[in-house]
Design a protein around this ligand. Sequence first.
Ligand code: CA
Length: 227
Amino acid sequence: MRLLIVEDEKRLALSLAKGLTAEGYAVDVVHDGLEGLHRATETPYDLIVLDIMLPGMNGYRVCATLRAAGHDVPILMLTAKDGEYDEAEGLDTGADDYLTKPFSYVVLVARVRALLRRRGQAKGTSPVHVLGDLTIDTGARRVVRGDGAEGGEEIALTAKEFAVLEQLLLRRGEVVSKAEILEHVWDFAYEGDPNIVEVYVSALRRKLGARLIRTVRGAGYRLEVPR
Ligand code: CA
């Protein structure tokens, strides 16, 4: 999952980015409203954290402009003032949720998760996926092998491995290109080799079984749906 943070308080923005990266999200940060609007238009983000008072263009306008252009990306607004007026206006312009500063980091992460989950449900995808003897819970970010009811054996994945698996899972049975995986799992600061995806796919095969992820030559990867 790839997130965009649009926040001009640089220390806050960077600490949010650091925390969310540790949770396994790919995170881009910009400090200006216009730049945020530009990024959000160019990149298929899974969620945007949007401050209201911003240089360039304020958060209300960024949100309203995105909605007017038909973007349905979940938007979590950050409001500086503790006032009903702000909240009403934020939700009016098409934001999905708001958080009043100062907020605790734990609450922010919970809201981000809830919004992503809500969007998954709207698309008809449950957070729990069963693939053969594997149970993958994208909400709790856990993979268990064996009968879930009996406990089973948890398989430890790194945050990035889980993020790659999640992208394949969201489109199980379809071919997902390396570029698409990169776009959702790595942030724009990543300028390395796109073949990094192969390294993660190899690790997933080693941990989850060689036949789960099929390489489709020249096209990408496909998560097999066991029958
Ligand atoms: Ca601000």
